[in-house]
Ligand binder design. Structure first.
Ligand code: ZN
Length: 445
């Protein structure tokens, strides 16, 4: 346990002995000897307190470069790693072991300023949340106190909640969580269908669930597609998705109504590969997942989603597409990305967007309260690239009345927790239910 060796003890005794030669008073000698022992005891304690600290990342989604562990002072310093061709180096998630419950650990986080793609370095904002996520059991997550940012280092003072605990950019949501949610929903709604959307480029399963009949004679039913996590680091979006699907399976009357009138497809994690590897995913090679919605997608899960959506559309039973994301660090309220040039869209679609926004404003009411209007992806420079984003591709390839959008749920606030995200998801469910209850197909229906 202790790192202080016997020779050090001797050394301190010798020092005390030397002092004995110059101090004539026996009382003083005694005092110094006791003070020395006390000092030795406190040194022993201080060193042993942190002596066994370790940081681990060898589990699904785990991600950190350990820059330093100061076992004298209890300071851990990490950065997210660059994973070649795996996108933004912003996601981090580690387990801290060998601490003593109640002791204060200084957790320092520095952004990775390496080149993750030719000529591209990521701003620290994406890596350093004001409050990190912390968990004792790797299941329930809370937030640390707000960090202090200085000279590029974000410092979080953490009171160790147990001998080992987990720290992360935000509450992780892994394929194991997705499986658990899907199985739970299936048990609750036996008529729901679990399916494999695709196998990823690396051969992993992308799973989803369909709630409602898939019968072609059911064309009067509305069709809804909700997906999360095209960007692997945006773990919060998967918690929003979980909130949505658990609400949909609940006994809330609006959920029961929605299950009666619609077929709902839900994909908890699209980029399963990068989520499993603990990579950021955004701007990965060969393409950002959400710029891959072209006629020749690289990602099998994108191709499979396109195929199913086109099929539903051709059977005249497709109505709503929502892609779930997390935005930039300075955003404080969730918002939808709307279509550019909305005034050029068919009249029925314009009306549907107005209706969707009005319902959303009422339903997504807090604690993460929706921005009242749409925002627009003006940072995407060309129309060609914009058309390769999921919501735009869906809008361009489906019927005139279809409502296709992206929900960006903020991650850098005190309410950006499992509970806060899931509340937004449940509220999104209310939006979909009320929206479809208002006959968005208009005269087509
Ligand atoms: Zn995103």
């Amino acid at each position: 346990m202790t790192r202080l060796s016997i020779p050090s003890f001797k050394c301190m005794l010798t020092e005390a002995g030397m002092r004995r030669n110059v101090i004539k008073s026996g009382r003083s000698m005694k005092f110094i000897f006791i003070a020395g022992l006390l000092s030795l005891a406190s040194t022993l304690k201080a060193e042993s307190d942190f002596a066994n600290i370790n940081v681990m990342t060898d589990f699904p989604g785990g991600s950190a470069v350990v820059n330093d562990i100061d076992r004298n002072k209890g300071v851990i310093h990490i950065s997210p790693p660059i994973q070649t061709e795996r996108g933004w180096p912003c996601w981090w998630y580690c387990k801290v072991d060998g601490v003593i419950k109640g002791q204060t650990i200084t957790f320092q986080l520095t952004a990775n300023t390496g080149v993750y793609r030719p000529n591209r370095v990521l701003s620290a904002n994406w890596t350093q949340p004001d409050r990190a996520a912390i968990s004792v059991d790797n299941v329930t997550w809370s937030q640390t106190e707000k960090c202090v940012k200085q000279n590029g280092i974000a410092t979080y003072m953490v009171e160790a909640p147990a001998e080992s605990f987990w720290l992360a950019w935000g509450p992780p949501f892994l394929p194991s969580h997705a499986d658990e949610v899907l199985e739970t929903i299936k048990k609750k709604l036996p008529h729901a269908t679990l399916f494999e959307l695709a196998r990823t480029r690396d051969g992993r399963s992308v799973r989803g669930i369909r709630i409602g009949s898939d019968s072609k004679t059911d064309s009067h039913r509305y069709g809804v597609w909700i997906q999360a996590r095209q960007h692997a680091w945006e773990a919060g979006s998967s918690w929003v998705g979980r909130g949505f699907i658990e609400w949909l399976a609940s006994d809330d009357q609006a959920a029961i109504d929605l299950r009666e009138i619609a077929i709902i497809y839900y994909i908890p994690i699209m980029d399963v590969d990068n989520v499993t590897l603990g990579a950021g995913g955004k701007e990965a090679v060969p393409r950002d997942h959400n710029r891959d919605w072209s006629d020749t997608p690289n990602y099998p899960e994108v191709a499979a989603a396109q195929k199913r959506i086109l099929q539903l559309n051709s059977e005249q039973r497709f109505d709503v597409f929502v892609d779930l994301h997390n935005p930039g660090s300075s955003e404080r309220r969730p918002y939808f990305f709307g279509p550019m040039d909305i005034e050029k869209l068919p009249t029925i679609q314009q009306q549907n967007h107005a209706l969707w926004l009005a319902i959303s404003k009422n339903s997504i009411s807090g604690p993460l309260q929706l921005e009242p209007g749409y925002k627009f992806a003006t940072y995407v420079r060309t129309e060609e690239e914009r058309n390769r984003m999921s919501a735009n591709w869906v809008r361009n390839h489906t019927a005139e009345h279809v409502l296709s959008t992206t929900l960006e749920t903020v991650w850098n606030t005190p309410h950006s927790t499992q509970k806060g995200y899931m509340t937004v998801g449940a509220q999104l469910g209310q939006v979909v239910s009320r929206y479809l209850g208002s006959n968005p197909r208009g005269s087509e229906n």
